[in-house]
Design a protein around this ligand. Structure first.
Ligand SMILES: C[S@@+](CC[C@H](N)C(=O)[O-])C[C@H]1O[C@@H](n2cnc3c(N)ncnc32)[C@H](O)[C@@H]1O
Length: 392
């Protein structure tokens, strides 16, 4: 494993589920196994493509492959890609299992700790047990997390959040930093650098999960009131406990980002981080409309995702599309094909104020060490994040 990036350890806090020596070793094995795949085996897919697959397509079609579908049809026949894809899928299944075992072992005790009453909480948690979980979540275990984000296995259960916090660190191989907060930290930094006069006083994070990306806004904009919503109660219970343990004031509420209970024009900055690709086409449209309703004039909307396929080399688009077919991400492909400018316009934003760009990762480690391609199984790719949004 000669060119493996040194591992960044996950920051410890008391909401994080404890592990035995063997459980921790199993989790770390998955992380280094995945890192080996992404750094050492992934690249050779391109070699297989250039040396075998592309020439075969060119022989048969008398032209280069025209899109990711043609590349896919040929690549799935190639033994090297078959091996890579099977091993990557296996890493995903091993990751969830390695993170679930310590949580299941002590579920009742851990849930009590997460739900304990705090004498002087910094922020708040507002749950809505009657909220309908959208079908795009109940009908599939997104990215193979057993039970998805919303399932509950105990009273006031936070297990999905506990599992997710650890799993994200393994999935990202530590590249999103000790607090898994690189996406939020990168956007917060980009906003400060590109809009120096913009001082948001109310910030809303949509689809916050356990709050990895929400927390950096507390530090970047200390005068702001920070709100974060998610549909899944287990994520929010854990997010609240984690934020409290980290001493961060965030108001979490269980809401569907398609229709929230906040007043019109009540936020200066609305952000989301890798939310949109996990929702349906209709939901994305509803969410962008809802952003327009909630944003004040002069406000800013920013969503982080991986880049759109349009204009991308067919091989790169095929590799980035790995999750659609292999990782229970049924909306991934479609979300990467949406005309984002048109989407904003339909939601009421001015096309002249449209934003679509790559922004550098806030973490030096990512900038210095990561490859410059976006690839399946390595969310965020090469030390950059793709953002889409609008000024209002
Ligand atoms: C990939 S996770 C987001 C990760 C998180 N933003 C971060 O940066 O760490 C997607 C989250 O969005 C939530 N979600 C999906 N659809 C939603 C919706 N319509 N409204 C609110 N939350 C939603 C899911 O429950 C899940 O927690």
């Amino acid at each position: 494993m000669s060119n493996v990036t040194p591992l960044t350890s996950q920051a410890q806090h008391s909401a994080l589920p404890p592990t035995t020596h063997d459980e921790f070793a199993r989790q770390e094995f998955v992380r280094s196994y995945k890192q080996y795949l992404v750094k050492n085996v992934h690249g050779t897919n391109h070699l297989a493509y250039e040396q075998r697959v592309k020439p075969k397509i060119e022989r048969e079609k008398k032209r280069p492959p025209k899109d990711r579908f043609e590349v896919r049809d040929a690549m799935v026949q190639d033994p090297h890609y078959q091996m890579f894809s099977a091993l990557l899928r296996t890493s995903q299944e091993m990751m969830w299992s390695a993170c679930q075992i310590p949580v299941q072992r002590e579920l009742e005790t851990l849930n009590k700790k997460i739900n304990k009453k705090r004498a002087k909480p910094h922020g708040s948690l507002r749950l809505n047990p009657t909220l309908e979980i959208p079908r795009y979540h109940t009908s599939v275990d997104i990215h193979c997390q057993p039970g998805g984000y919303h399932s509950e296995f105990d009273v006031n259960d936070a297990s999905a959040g506990m599992v997710y916090d650890r799993a994200v660190h393994i999935y990202a191989m530590g590249q999103m930093g000790p607090y898994n907060n690189d996406i939020g930290a990168s956007i917060a930094l980009w906003v400060k650098e590109n809009y120096p006069a913009f001082k948001p006083l109310r910030i809303l994070d949509l689809g916050c999960s356990v709050g990895h990306s929400t927390v950096p806004y507390v530090d970047a904009f200390p005068k702001a009131e920070i709100h974060a919503v998610d549909v899944a109660a287990p994520m929010l219970r854990y997010a609240h406990a984690r934020a409290e343990e980290l001493g961060k004031k965030i108001h979490f509420s269980q809401q569907n980002a398609e229709a929230m209970d906040f007043e019109d024009e009540s936020f200066d900055l609305i952000v989301s981080h890798i939310l949109l690709h996990e929702t349906s086409d209709k939901a994305i449209r509803n969410i962008i409309k809802e952003c327009n309703r909630l944003l004040k004039k002069g406000g800013l909307m920013v969503h982080a995702e991986t880049p759109q396929y349009k204009g991308m080399d067919p091989f790169d688009a095929f590799m980035l599309d790995w999750d659609t077919r292999n990782n229970n991400e049924p909306f991934w492909a479609r979300s990467h094909e949406i005309d984002l400018k048109k989407l904003s316009k339909q939601a009421g934003f001015s096309p002249a104020k449209h934003i679509e760009t790559l922004i550098p990762s806030a973490f030096q480690i990512a900038e210095a060490k990561r490859s410059l391609t976006f690839q399946g199984g390595d969310f965020g790719g090469g030390g950059f994040w793709f953002i889409y949004g609008s000024e209002k």
